[in-house]
Design a binder for this molecule. Structure first.
Ligand SMILES: Nc1ncnc2c1ncn2[C@@H]1O[C@H](COP(=O)(O)OP(=O)(O)O)[C@@H](O)[C@H]1O
Ligand SMILES: [Mg+2]
Length: 284
């Protein structure tokens, strides 16, 4: 199932020093803790993602999966822990810094802007790739027009990859939910990430759509690493090279799909969920 490690020639100009490409993890979160008031959402959690791998993060509702993604893209500041990119600590855990480094994510649900057309939504994902400065954009100088055309082309290419380019001028609310999910994925791809975080990409999809999604994720792994949170175990088990299991904010297992499936701590986490729900479900 695992694809061979590939030399990484993509985005060689990020300016981040570190181990040579392909020789170690692309991205690591180490010992990350997050507290919301008295609630410990993440408790010393770690995640190590190798280049060109599909890495699953699973766990019961409220386990801290989305919070981990929020830390990885700078939406939530951890109270302790660090993130590394190719072996070097990321000094500034801010969204624009992490996006510029090559991290993109989809949101649980879809999270499209209702007032923007599909193509404009996707262009938002590519926005940090603008070359023209603020003043060029403000005064609509020629460089800003060129930029606009370039970003539109990037957005259309991402929509084509998701087979959603025919909806470019529509507004999200007029589209079926599975199409909205594809648009949200196109928005993340328009950033040309090296690390793509997918939060419940299969939720709300039918069987055939989930099968297509699995094939797409494996294809994407030829050019980026993908971390996927999802409750569809068949999908996660079939597309992931490695899986990290969270329960109550702690990592209870990490390994191959076969290893985590047979791990007593994982079975306990899920049996515990059945036994204790609905109180245990702390979100969704
Ligand atoms: N912004 C927030 N403020 C307060 N509590 C939060 C916030 N975000 C998440 N939580 C809580 O943190 C825990 C982990 O949530 P989350 O990361 O969304 O879990 P998962 O994605 O695994 O279902 C839950 O108990 C949730 O209610
Ligand atoms: Mg979640």
């Amino acid at each position: 199932m695992a694809s061979p490690e590939q030399p990484d020639t993509h985005r060689s100009n990020t300016g981040t020093a570190g181990a040579s490409p392909g020789s170690g993890p692309l991205f690591e979160a180490e010992g990350v803790s997050v507290r919301f008031g008295g609630l410990v959402a993440l408790d010393d959690a770690s995640l190590s993602v190798a280049p060109h791998r599909v890495h699953g993060v699973i766990g019961p509702n409220g386990a801290g999966k989305t919070t981990l993604f929020n830390v990885c893209c700078g939406f939530v500041r951890p109270s302790s822990g660090r993130l590394t990119w190719r072996g070097s600590a990321i000094p500034e855990l801010r969204p624009h810094r992490l996006a510029g480094m090559g991290i993109a994510r989809t949101l649980q649900g879809v999270g499209l802007f209702p007032g923007l057309s599909v193509v404009d939504n996707v262009m938002v994902g590519a926005d940090h790739r603008r070359r023209a400065g603020f003043l060029s954009a403000l005064f609509a100088l020629p460089r800003s027009d060129t930029d606009e055309r370039r970003l539109r082309a990037i957005a259309m290419a991402a929509l084509r990859e998701l087979d959603a380019d025919s909806y470019a001028d529509r507004f999200p609310a007029s589209l079926p939910y599975p199409v909205q999910k594809r648009v949200a994925m196109a928005r993340a791809l328009a950033a040309e990430p090296e690390l793509l975080l997918l939060d419940e990409p299969a939720s709300g999809l039918g069987y055939d759509e989930i099968t297509e999604l699995g094939a797409l994720v494996r294809t994407l792994a030829t050019r980026m690493s993908v971390v996927v949170v999802d409750h569809h175990m068949d999908l996660v088990m079939s597309i992931c090279d490695r899986i990290t299991v969270l329960d109550f904010g702690r990592v209870v297992a990490t390994g191959t799909p076969e290893e985590v499936r047979d791990d007593p701590a994982v079975i306990d986490a899920y049996l515990g969920e059945d036994a204790r729900s609905p109180e245990r479900s702390r979100d969704d």
